[in-house]
Design a protein around this ligand. Structure first.
Ligand code: FUB
Length: 326
């Protein structure tokens, strides 16, 4: 049954959804979420409970319309290199084409990032036969900048395997740095003009405090964990992300798409469920935060639901912290 979606309520209830990447395409709001399976799987630190197999793209004609599920847009059976776990995707528009970027484990169990394309923002999408060469880890987010150059941000700790790439190649037993060492940063690479490959080797992003000191690995209230998002506000680049173990969405600001970014504060306090994952989008003259929680399943980590709420800036460009339950 269709219902008008209210702020801080699940966008859809007929399937479990998570990791919403929202964009305004062709005047509508399109949401690119993960699709959680309705299965009871015991949670562990490797993320084995997140066994997603396909993507359904949601859309809102406007903020007073029912949310539409546009059906299956891509399934892992149609992506030859994928073995399992199609995690948090994002989408971008360039070259008159819509691109879907998605992480998944390859046949060796290593997370890679794939790309698929479509003439419609709702799909269906056709995937490239191989992952993006040189890609690794999870949670791609793409910014097409005002000069039409596109950047992909990605990376996630623990099940997302980012610790295992510190030397530049995959070390299956590698662990994170000492708590007193700089935290591992997310990665950024400019995309090639055809949006299908990296134009350059990915670089590690530096997130620093107001004094310019790197955020340390033991600073779990501020260090990067997963789920990067990049948006621009008043000409500045806002990198926002999940702190994982402390369950908040935070942000850092810079004047270059590759950073460095200065840590600023908290956008979203903890939600029901272990993971927190978001996107930020301008629609007409307001800004919105899309996020998820596990309220629809009564708190099951791997059965989440996508929601949205208005996001407000202060006059100095800082973002007002949102409590998802007030
Ligand atoms: O949905 C699977 C994983 O959980 C995502 O890739 C992470 O960001 C976390 O939300």
């Amino acid at each position: 049954m269709e219902k008008i979606v209210k702020q801080k309520e699940p966008l859809v209830e007929h399937i479990y959804t998570a990791d919403p990447s929202a964009h305004v395409f062709e005047g509508k709001i399109y949401i690119y979420p993960s699709h959680d399976l309705d299965e009871d799987i015991v949670s562990n630190d490797n993320g084995d409970q997140y066994m997603m197999e396909d993507y359904h793209i949601l859309s809102l004609e406007d903020l007073n319309s029912p949310c539409v599920d546009n059906g299956e847009a891509l399934h892992m059976k149609d992506v030859p290199w994928v073995s399992k776990q199609m995690w948090a995707p994002d989408a971008a528009f360039k070259n008159n084409t819509y691109y879907l970027y998605f992480p998944a484990r390859d046949k060796d169990g290593i997370f890679r990032i794939g790309v698929a394309s479509s003439s419609s923002p709702a799909g269906p999408f056709t995937a490239q036969k191989e992952p993006i060469p040189g890609s690794f880890s999870i949670d791609p987010a793409v910014l097409v900048d005002d000069d039409n150059r596109a950047y992909i941000y990605f990376g996630g700790l623990w099940g997302g395997q980012l610790e295992k790439w510190q030397t530049g190649s995959f070390s299956p037993d590698a662990e994170g740095p000492d708590v007193s060492a700089p935290a591992i940063g997310p990665r950024v690479a400019e995309l090639s003009d055809d949006m299908l490959t990296f134009k350059e080797a990915p670089e590690e992003i530096s997130i620093v405090d107001e004094e310019g000191n790197p955020i340390l690995a033991g600073d779990e209230d501020r260090r990067y964990f997963e789920g990067p998002w990049m948006h621009k506000y008043n000409g500045n680049y806002y990198l926002s992300y999940s702190t994982g173990t402390t369950h908040t969405i935070v942000y850092a600001v810079g004047n270059n798409p590759k950073g460095p970014f200065v840590f600023k504060g908290k956008i979203l306090t903890p939600v029901v469920g272990w993971t927190t994952h978001h996107s930020i989008v301008q629609y007409q003259d307001k800004w919105y935060l899309f996020y998820h929680d596990s309220s629809l399943s009564g708190g099951r980590d791997n059965k989440r639901c996508v929601k949205f709420t208005e996001l407000k800036y202060n006059e100095d460009g800082t973002i007002q912290t949102i409590d998802p339950y007030k």
